[in-house]
Design a protein around this ligand. Structure first.
Ligand code: AMP
Length: 456
């Protein structure tokens, strides 16, 4: 599937255009308790998506936001949502009713969004709750019974709780659909449409997506009324700010190379990407055996195990987190210094999403990639997308020797190409869909391998 980038009149470099001269939160007319909370978070000025979106949302306009994680888009919708609800808070009588719903594809994103509401709204007294599948619903239903203003949910658990009568959406004033293109990738669009039919017709809607394929544009058209559009940092340009390097090596030397880099370089925290769940487990095990504290997160781990690993990584008890693309989606770790692509992804946009985990909100970041002989075409596609050649580190102890390895067995389609509409609601086990388009030849790549690749 071709990746449809967003198009709009906004400056593609992610800078606010000349109409967006507002550069402080004070100028955005935010109320004092929110300004105080943002100060406590250490935010000094709004990011471009925040500067553009907050005034429009406060004017109660529908919004189509083309932005990926890492741009500050969560705060772009959370801050004005809190302000709009805070203003009407005094008028509400009796039990609190859900007035804002944020629908997001994964548990990790849902948790992080709720944490953002908690941080920016800590002086407001609004109640928020996150619900997602894969865990007992008891604590969620208990909280719902005592009243909630803002609900963050993944589609499957939301529908389950609605069907059981724990959640009613008739008081929704503001609906946010987050990561709409991921919803499509993960086969959740049907669930999303079902939720939408239960929302009041009169409401404000905000729609966020990193890409705008036709199906997503159609979904946006069905949800939004006369929306304002904002757009920042297209996926391919994020990579420009991150320091990148590639290490050519043999597949069977990657584990030694990883341990070597972690021992020899100043790498305080590293998120390591593995193509498969099994691979992630093996990499984490090898690192622990070499005395480097690491854990793996992927779809086969329980929600608790994933959350524990993430918390330990955030608190720096773990130096390395090894993740598959889906498990890492939405992971938001402040000050993540390094991303390491243990395996290169075959979808070039996935590379950009991966390395965008570091260098958040303007901070600097480093991304190392390991490339074996079979992965050379992936590297070529990635460089084409980001429009630059990634510098090669020549001087390392595990150089690529075998240019013509025996081809690996045909990979599991689910892991390689992601998008599947057959997947269950709470599995969330997919990657960005789309296939590499470049079929250009690479020196030293066996013909047999190439035939295999074009069969996929
Ligand atoms: P997001 O795109 O919502 O995933 O946000 C990416 C990261 O940027 C998160 O760690 C936020 O806490 C951080 N962030 C969001 N807005 C700002 C801001 N105005 N100043 C500094 N950091 C921010």
């Amino acid at each position: 599937m071709p990746l449809n980038r967003c198009h709009s009149s906004f400056n593609m470099a992610g800078q606010p255009n000349q109409h967006n001269f507002i550069m402080t939160f004070e100028n955005l007319q935010l109320i004092e308790p929110i300004l105080k909370a943002l100060k406590a978070e250490g935010y000094t000025k709004p990011t471009p998506i925040q500067a553009q979106s907050i005034p429009l949302i406060l004017q109660q306009k529908d919004l189509l936001g083309c932005a990926q994680t890492g741009t500050g888009k969560t705060a772009a919708f959370a801050i004005p949502t809190l302000q709009l609800l805070a203003k009407n808070q005094q008028n509400e009588k009796g039990q609190k009713k859900i007035k804002a719903l944020i629908l997001t594809p994964t548990r990790e994103l849902a948790i992080q969004i709720e944490e953002s509401f908690s941080a920016y709204g800590k002086y407001l007294g609004l109640r928020h709750l996150v619900v997602f599948g894969g865990v007992s619903q008891k604590s969620q239903t208990d909280a719902l019974r005592s009243g909630v203003d803002i609900l963050v949910a993944t589609p499957g658990r939301l529908l389950d709780l609605m069907d059981q009568g724990f959640i009613h959406l008739q008081h929704i004033q503001l609906f946010v659909l987050d990561e709409a293109d991921r919803m499509l990738d993960m086969g959740f669009v049907h669930d999303v449409k079902k939720v939408i039919t239960r929302l009041p017709k009169k409401r404000q809607s905000l729609f966020f997506s990193a890409t705008m394929p036709p199906e997503i544009q159609k979904l946006a058209d069905s949800i939004l009324v006369n929306p304002s559009k904002v757009e920042v940092t297209p996926v391919s340009s994020t990579a420009q700010t991150i320091q990148q390097a590639v290490y050519f090596t043999d597949k069977n030397k990657k584990r030694s190379l990883l341990a070597h880099l972690l021992k020899e370089h100043d790498i305080p925290t590293a998120l390591v990407f593995s193509r498969t769940k099994h691979g992630a487990d093996r990499v984490a095990k090898d690192l622990n055996n070499s005395g480097i504290k690491a854990a793996a997160i992927h779809g086969n781990k329980s929600q608790n195990a994933r959350q524990n690993a993430l918390n330990n990584f955030k608190s720096r008890e773990l130096r390395v987190l090894v993740a598959t693309d889906i498990a890492a989606r939405g992971i938001d770790v402040d000050d993540l210094t390094h991303v390491i692509n243990y395996d290169l992804p075959n979808v070039p946009e996935t590379y950009v999403h991966r390395i965008g985990r570091t260098g958040r909100a303007g901070a600097s970041g480093v991304a190392f990639s390991f490339c074996d002989a079979e992965e050379r075409p992936y590297l070529k596609d990635i460089q084409k997308l980001i429009g630059k050649t990634i510098p090669v580190v020549e001087d390392h102890p595990y150089p690529l020797m075998d240019e013509n390895p025996v081809p690996a067995p045909k990979p599991n389609r689910q892991q390689r190409s992601g998008g599947s509409s057959t997947r269950g609601r709470n599995q969330g086990n997919s990657q960005a869909s789309g296939n590499s388009s470049s079929q250009s030849s690479q020196k030293g790549t066996s013909k047999r391998w190439f035939q295999k690749r074009s069969e996929r």
